[in-house]
Design a protein around this ligand. Structure first.
Ligand code: HEM
Length: 292
């Protein structure tokens, strides 16, 4: 018997183009049939797929460690939620491929789910749209797998993901000098050097993974978006649990010590969802944990 492995899209390099999609169940639909059809038809080469807590509960199989993303009022402002039943991240070399995959996916899902949210993403030379390299401190090799995937046990090789869209205010960002911007991120834009003297509000000071107890490592796979004059980052981070994100977001948003991450001076979260990404077995999603 094959042992479960991770969805390939979780660990693959970022694609040139992506689309982040949130679906909700249609009312009166039998979740069991809809989700088993989806598992049979979803090609894991298309991208990553995550299940929301309410969908798992509707199948009488809550997933240990999966909870809905709840909106919270913080010193940094409102952290909103757009929790869905399903999150699918399509990946592709170009927009044409994403278009074709969306159409195939739509045909599979339309009877049971409706599209609640969608954004096209793209790689911006490995950087956030502010120009700063994103992903430098991602764990690598075995540490990456240990951070991103659930270890041996009932949910082995599955993963939890947080998806949170941030909208940037470039006018606010550009009012600062380059040196002030480097201090807000905590790295030098030109060299990517980490600034040890950066203020406590610098993003990399707030989010330093090894500074948490327990350490809060996650595997970030965020991608920029730009649509209708608005721009930002589709923050996507995989974890063996959702705890690392919770710990870091608490500190970033000032809930821990009142110091708000400088990111919030030019960007704000506008969506938020938690999902469980089932493992793969024999090239198909393995939904044994959902009783399917
Ligand atoms: C506007 C949204 C965001 C932008 C533009 C952004 C950008 C960056 C940049 C440029 C870095 C430094 C390079 C690197 O290590 O990747 C970084 C690091 C990091 N970010 Fe973010 N980030 C955003 C949101 C978040 C959120 C919401 C979280 C988690 C709650 C987060 C967690 C981290 C972590 C864990 C690191 C590495 C810290 C370390 O251990 O040194 N980021 N981010």
């Amino acid at each position: 018997m094959l042992s479960p492995s991770a969805q390939p899209a979780i660990l693959s390099p970022l694609p040139p183009c992506g689309r982040s999609l949130v679906f909700q169940r249609r009312s009166g639909v039998d979740s069991r049939t809809a989700v088993s059809q989806l598992a049979r038809s979803f090609d894991v080469a298309w991208g990553a797929l995550g299940i929301g807590a309410a969908l798992a509960v509707s199948l009488d199989r809550p997933i240990k460690g999966l909870r809905p993303f709840l909106a919270v009022d913080t010193p940094a402002g409102l952290i909103p939620s757009n929790q869905g039943d399903l999150w699918i991240f399509l990946r592709g070399p170009d927009r044409a491929t994403i278009f074709d995959r969306s159409a195939q996916l739509g045909a599979i899902l339309e009877h049971a789910f409706f599209l609640a949210d969608s954004i096209d993403t793209f790689s911006y030379r490995g950087r956030d749209l502010t120009g700063y390299i994103d992903g430098t401190e991602n764990p690598k090799g075995k540490k990456r797998n240990a951070a991103a995937l659930v270890g041996p046990g009932a949910l082995a090789a599955s993963s939890f993901v947080v998806v949170q869209r941030w909208a940037h205010d470039f006018a606010a960002f550009n009012r600062h000098t380059p040196a002030e911007r480097d201090d807000m991120i905590g790295r030098r834009k030109e060299t990517n050097e980490e600034l040890s003297e950066a203020p406590a509000s610098a993003h990399v000071k707030r989010s330093a993974q090894e500074s948490f107890d327990p350490e809060a490592f996650m595997y970030r796979r965020s991608m920029p978006w730009s649509e209708g004059g608005a721009h930002g980052l589709e923050f996507i981070a995989y974890g063996r649990s959702l705890d690392a994100f919770d710990q870091i977001m608490r500190r970033m948003s000032g809930q821990e010590d009142g110091i708000v991450d400088a990111l919030f001076t030019f960007s704000k979260p506008i969506t938020g969802g938690y999902y469980w990404c089932p493992p793969v077995n024999g090239g198909r999603l393995d939904l044994a944990a959902l009783g399917l």
